[in-house]
Design a protein. Sequence first.
Lengths: 410, 410
Amino acid sequence: MIVEVVAVGTELLLGQIVNSNATAIGAALAERGYDAHFQQVVGDNTDRISGAVRLAISRADAVIVTGGLGPTQDDLTREAVCRAVGLPMEASEAHVQALRRWWERRGVAMAESNLRQAEHPAGAELLANPKGTAPGLALEHEGTLIFCVPGVPAEMLHLLGEEVLPRIGGRSAEKAVIANRLLRTWGRPESYVADALDDLYTGAVNPSLAFLASGGEIKVRITAKAADRSEAFALIEPVESEVRSRLGPTVFGADDETIERVLLQRLNQLGYTIAAAESMTGGLVAAALTSLPGSSAVFKGALVAYERGLKSRLLGVEGGDVVTRETAERMARGGRELLGADVAVSTTGSAGPEPLERPAGTFWVAVSTPDHTQAREMRMAGDRERVRAYAVTSALQLTRLALLGTWWKG
Amino acid sequence: MIVEVVAVGTELLLGQIVNSNATAIGAALAERGYDAHFQQVVGDNTDRISGAVRLAISRADAVIVTGGLGPTQDDLTREAVCRAVGLPMEASEAHVQALRRWWERRGVAMAESNLRQAEHPAGAELLANPKGTAPGLALEHEGTLIFCVPGVPAEMLHLLGEEVLPRIGGRSAEKAVIANRLLRTWGRPESYVADALDDLYTGAVNPSLAFLASGGEIKVRITAKAADRSEAFALIEPVESEVRSRLGPTVFGADDETIERVLLQRLNQLGYTIAAAESMTGGLVAAALTSLPGSSAVFKGALVAYERGLKSRLLGVEGGDVVTRETAERMARGGRELLGADVAVSTTGSAGPEPLERPAGTFWVAVSTPDHTQAREMRMAGDRERVRAYAVTSALQLTRLALLGTWWKG
């Protein structure tokens, strides 16, 4: 099964945005064992888009066109695909109604140009796009499947996973599947994790191991290829057990078990509520704790005490320096009291770029539970955004360890 | 002058790395006023690379091939270019000597496979690469300039700037530069903005207009081509004035003036401090207000009152429904008082996926200043992440409008 991606958009040619859609689709295709020989990028020009689609049809079993499905005059993918496959344009009355309803729900009058999004090559199937107003399109020409999806990454990813890949899978003769288990670790550097697993990594073919550092975590990916998913996971499981036993509580979750999810689950199990008292993270710890549906069952609230006066007036912090163990611990205890929670986590530090008492990137995290209040100093190099993101991860991870009765010894 | 980039590497097709080389080259070409109609990506396969290069030669005045110049068996660009243009391979004795010296200086024995890097299509010019061992290549075929540069970004960028662009410039009759102005708007849908500017868009060549939707904003890009930057901006200015006058306070900034930056600047001008009282945005408004260095000069703090009891105990909200104008207004007033700020912004609503009093995606924003307290109901379709992000943008934008003495009438 050969699949080709055609990305549409002058902004890609001008270097104004990176073609991350092609990267994401390429990775998804590779994971399923499909082949990719070429990718194309083409600007907002009907003739050229049409030519690129024809070329892709001539050499691939499936073509995925991203971008150019919006409501404005420079969104030309629908016209270009009509021209490439020799079909007239038609409008979907059902989608016209859906568009009118979408705008009604937002309480905004719909401009008529939006109706372009109900047009499509005659006979094409409309693919539901719950994340936006442009539906995806699916059609077939000379034995090649053709899909059009919006260029907005969230909409593209949704349609790729829910609509495009299942349809390609239904057509493909490829019987081998590739399965992955992603083990998420925190608290040890990548080199430590790699050294600990060196003998499992070297020479391993099926399953194979890879190390990925992102979002403040070190991830270990175990990949196996087999006739079906259960065979592939049978290959993965003994390696996974070995990795987990070597890395201990450093492993906090697998696959889509983010730290937010793991932490909320643990709080639910314990019947605890949580609150945050933040300074240098400026609300990001609270935002992480409320990122998942259902968080209101355990999350009470947060005080972002950026100004020094608020730290003392509302959290009971005394005078003197604020980037200290004492301030972090008082903020966590004060946060539990003010917000009436069983557990509170606090952050205080220097997010940068200017130093604040301590060098930029230095911060304290404290966690206060009904049993203990503990604090730890941490450091991260990099810009303000990176330092704040690492402080959030640290706050959530240290809370997890405190609730496990383990405290990070690193 | 039409220039086409051909990026070589199976790792690009597999989505293992992003094609940042194509982005960087695209931006450099656009800045110099060259046209780009297509980009290609092709895997490590001699026939396919050769086909991609032939296609590019057939439609461009200059072709830049990146990648596939290393010393290993899967570096096939040299062979593929020979095949594409019908030239034999030859070896440069001078470069063989240079390679031997390079390895000697590093004190490492050279593997003989490195000598492949001294090979090139007969008659091609070798372009010096001080950052690596693979020289670039320059040749001409049927009036098209062909350049090969390594895929390592630092080596590619060096050769692009020092060797490739000057040679294209020497050939090009093009003396022009391209300049852009990005106008950021909020409060009107993309279709409304496009309709309002339709006559400026249609048939406009220099400057030209484009519409981009991202991050909850609609951006209008005005692009002009001229002999130098000041002439280009002289073309842009009258169009920019017309766009600004038609869109009014919908336009909140230009180029890198994000809403966070614009709002902090306005607060600084007025000598006002700000605070937030958040429910459904869970700390994200505070996080946005503290995302920039120097925010501590105007930002006091925030209360995230997720639990109903906190809204009444700390912000003075009375019983009854919470997704209402009254709750939003009381939260904003209560936030100003609790946190001691001149201005406070509040959010209360249903982030989803489950409805809360009102359908998911419905929320209220209130802004309380020393003069007024005003609230507005908003709606956004989509998942929890999208709804929360839109609520943050709305909170910041409505605060900006309140401080301008304008309130969104949309």
